[in-house]
Design a protein around this ligand. Structure first.
Ligand SMILES: [Zn+2]
Ligand SMILES: [Zn+2]
Length: 170
């Protein structure tokens, strides 16, 4: 997975920088799949953002729906975990007025939302990602994914200590 080129979530807000304070514009986002960073691919990324001109720059607000590919901690199968996150951030303009670590609108009027979207989606990743609540995991003996059926391994033989005991008793 994931050898796709990195996508930018670039928007041109040059026209808003020219507009009067309080003017806003709603933009629809609808990406079937988008790779926002080396480590985050979102499938899909949908929702609306509203950009509003403020005295300090452009304030971007919205709710985005997506799903992120994770690996199940029990069966190691990749699966899509649905996420929803809210954006509510000021992008400073001109860029040199931004306090350290804050987002900016470039001199060209373009903004790249990819770093913010990456940050917000990483916050939605659970500590123990499971493909489903009752995932059965992998067989300790043969490695079969037990969600796909029983492998037939004998559970009694799974502990090598019992095998040694058996030999001693013989
Ligand atoms: Zn699983
Ligand atoms: Zn097995």
């Amino acid at each position: 997975m994931g050898q796709k080129a990195l996508s930018r979530l670039r928007f041109n807000f040059g026209f808003l920088l020219e507009a009067t304070l309080g003017e806003s514009r709603v933009t629809e986002l609808d990406y079937p799949t988008i790779r926002v960073s080396e480590d985050v691919t979102l499938t899909p990324l949908q929702g609306q953002i509203e950009a509003t001109r403020t005295s300090e720059g452009i304030y971007i607000a919205g709710v985005l729906h997506s799903a992120i590919e994770l690996e199940c901690v029990r069966c190691l199968t990749p699966f899509l975990h649905p996420i929803t996150f809210e954006i509510g951030d000021l992008f400073y303009y001109p860029p040199h007025t931004a306090p350290p670590g804050e987002f900016v609108i470039a001199e060209t009027g373009f903004v790249d939302l990819a770093p913010l979207v990456r940050e917000l989606s990483l916050l939605e990743i659970p500590m123990h990602a499971l493909c489903k609540e009752d995932c059965l995991g992998l067989c300790q003996e043969c490695g079969q994914n037990l969600n796909e059926g029983d492998c037939g391994c004998e559970e009694d033989n799974s502990d090598p200590r019992f095998a040694i005991l058996g030999k001693l008793l013989d």
